[in-house]
Design a binder for this molecule. Structure first.
Ligand code: CO8
Length: 258
């Protein structure tokens, strides 16, 4: 399927989705979010895909939701259409692991999109921010909730209230990103991480993703039980037998998602 605002390539079991609105610093408009949701859902259903990477350009992962698309809308239009409501939900329903590879600006909806991914690898040029307050609004794709969970209340309040940007070092120190690499190495690092994930059993990769995400939704006691039951359930799989046999036999495991 041909897309207008994103470019999708599938290679070696990894779907690479590149946001592609260069004239608008990859600002997220309805078309882009619709296409992104479609591409993610296709990748999720494609047996050849075992991990997904979302990236932007060198200058911008995404500079936010498209301000020009929103600026003239009324409350009634926003409310009745539940503007962007479906799009956020669509991304978080994807079961396969998703890595955000962020270079340059990840602002507003761009920062929120990166945070909807399972983890973020950043270039040393990355700048994160929730500057919506400068526009007379606030974050609307999860920024107040997810950034707070990533970096804690104090830093989240600082970002949302002052609208300042966080550089890559601060983002790594604060736990927003998992790794920072020089700009030129960003895609190699992200694709390398995706390849590593692609080599695992899809059963345990999805179980790990579900269990970590559960930590955001439930109590510690319930989360621990959920994790333990998933752990137990993986003993019903051939991949568990293969993984543990391969360890004992000092060889590489050959997982078959069974
Ligand atoms: N929307 C639309 N167009 C944009 C956006 C944007 N968010 N960001 C940049 N652009 C456009 C510019 O208008 C410009 O276009 P043109 O050449 O036609 O004027 C082009 O991209 C290049 O941008 P600049 O010339 O401004 O580039 P600079 O290098 O000078 O500055 C910045 C880069 C600092 C990133 C600057 O562009 C900027 O501040 N952008 C806006 C950042 C922002 O405020 N983001 C938050 C947007 S609101 C949001 O994300 C809400 C999300 C929640 C929605 C959920 C609904 C439920």
């Amino acid at each position: 399927m041909a897309f207008e605002t994103i470019i999708v390539e599938v290679e070696d079991h990894v779907a690479l989705i590149k946001l592609n609105r260069p004239d608008a610093l990859n600002a997220l408009n309805s078309e882009l979010l619709k296409e992104l949701g479609q591409a993610l859902s296709e990748a999720d259903q494609n047996d050849k895909v075992r991990c997904i990477v979302i990236t932007g350009s060198e200058k911008a992962f995404a500079a936010g939701a498209d301000i020009k698309e929103m600026s003239e809308k009324t409350f009634v239009e926003m409310f009745l259409s539940d503007f962007f409501g479906d799009h956020g939900d669509a991304i978080t329903k994807i079961r396969k692991p998703i890595i955000a590879a962020v270079s340059g600006y990840a602002l507003g909806g761009g920062c929120e999109l990166a945070m909807m991914c399972d983890f973020i690898i950043a270039s040393d040029t990355a700048k994160f921010g929730q500057p919506e307050i400068n526009l007379g609004v606030i974050a609307g794709l999860g920024g107040t909730q997810r950034l707070t969970r990533y970096v804690g209340k104090s830093k989240s309040m600082d970002m949302h209230l002052t609208g300042r940007f966080m550089d890559a070092d601060e983002a790594e120190r604060s736990g927003l990103v998992s790794r920072v690499v020089p700009g030129k190495k960003l895609m190699d690092e992200a694709m390398g991480a995706a390849q590593k994930i692609a080599e695992k059993s899809m059963l345990s990769a999805i179980a790990a993703k579900e269990a970590v995400n559960r930590a955001y939704e439930t109590t510690l006691t319930e989360g621990l039980l959920y994790e333990r039951r998933l752990f137990h359930s993986l003993f019903a799989t051939e991949d568990q037998k293969e993984g543990m046999a391969a360890f004992a036999e000092k060889r590489q495991a050959q997982f078959r998602d069974k």
